[in-house]
Ligand binder design. Sequence first.
Ligand code: TYD
Ligand code: MG
Length: 455
Amino acid sequence: MAKIKSSYFCQNCGQNSPKWIGKCPACGEWNTFVEEIVQSAASLRGTSIGLESKKSLPKKLLEVEFENENRIDTGSGELNRVLGGGLVLGSLVLIGGEPGIGKSTLMLQIALKMKHLSVLYISGEESEQQIKMRATRLGEDKAETYILTETSTQVIFKHLEKLQAQIIVVDSIQTLHTETIESSAGSISQIRECANELQQYAKLTNTPVFLIGHITKDGNLAGPKILEHMVDAVLQFEGDRNYGYRILRSVKNRFGSTSELGIFEMQSSGLREVLNPSELLITQRDENFSGITIAATVEGMRPMLIEIQALVSSAAYGVPQRSTTGFDSRRLNMLLAVLEKRHGFKLSSKDVFLNVAGGIRVDDPAVDLAVVAAVLSSNEDMPVNPKVCFAAEVGLSGEIRAVNKVEQRISEASKLGFEKMFISMHSFKGLSQKNYPIELIPVSRIEQVFSNLFG
Ligand code: TYD
Ligand code: MG
């Protein structure tokens, strides 16, 4: 019998230590080390999934045949785009998200939508009845969707031998356990080993596998960073629960871009794809309030107009508050410092609140100018014309910098009926105003924006 060996693992990041320690040296969390029994790798090799592995031989790269990258249409345009144009055969895709955000709903819906393929939906969390109830609620019907409520990977692989499903969904990786490791389900070594087995299965049989993974309170994938390294793509499903919108964001993708976004709306009969996000993200307003501006952003390949709301008021307490939703708070602090230091706006004694409408989160630097304009508008208490939008980055010295894909942003803004758009002087070079129905306002300093808006 192989010697039983145990080791301590940080349940937050997967760090390994031969003895118990209080504080994880890798992620800095306290009291996260738990003893787990591991067997030596040699006793496991090749035995865990019951499939012959292919012989590997060194080959000349020239001799490798390129099978035209075969992608499967998932039946959801949004998911296809986030995956980089469809699901790649043999890929392992991790879907992460907070509990209750809709991961199971999304995957079941996809499983039901892929009409031409047989899908096995493995659930360790819900009973067959619960899944059936959800499927009825989604109102989709399909013969070739199989449900398996099982958590042992060995049993799962046995079933797969017979069933030969073309797509596998695992809900969730934290509930699986493999017999080759003795620690409890959900522990780091279990998660790692189960994912490893599924990865081998995916590669050997060329079957795409979706893994659903939980996320901890601080937004990390529960347990292992290692999981992120093992899979081919990590998709994050997120959204503010008070809003109906859900965003599927690609965080890692070996077969596509990582800046793609899919937008869904949670309805009583499942998730609906949002094909034209701009119209949803801009509130229709009759009255004109100060502190609201529109930014023309691009997420991945898709241009999108979003509303930025700012509130600037005198600080009620000694220390002014800075609070943001959907925008990086350090970036806001930097922009406020630029306004204070370079342009003399007295904001250091003011509370500043910033909100990106619709519960969406943006990382695109091109929203900087819209943020600055919203802050200034609220500070002056003068509204910005709702037919005006912005797309430019603001640098540390207050210069207004060019952004990428400016033409896409301009055409999206014109399509939605905007009349004026502030862009950087540098973006404007090479563009010709007469090609666009929208009036472009090239600027290089914040003062120019200020005098144009409020002067
Ligand atoms: P679920 O998929 O169970 O979330 P997760 O798997 O990420 O934990 O989603 C649960 C939420 O979605 C729940 O609050 C109910 C809501 N929901 C709808 O609003 N409409 C629907 O059609 C379905 C199936 C769920
Ligand atoms: Mg679920």
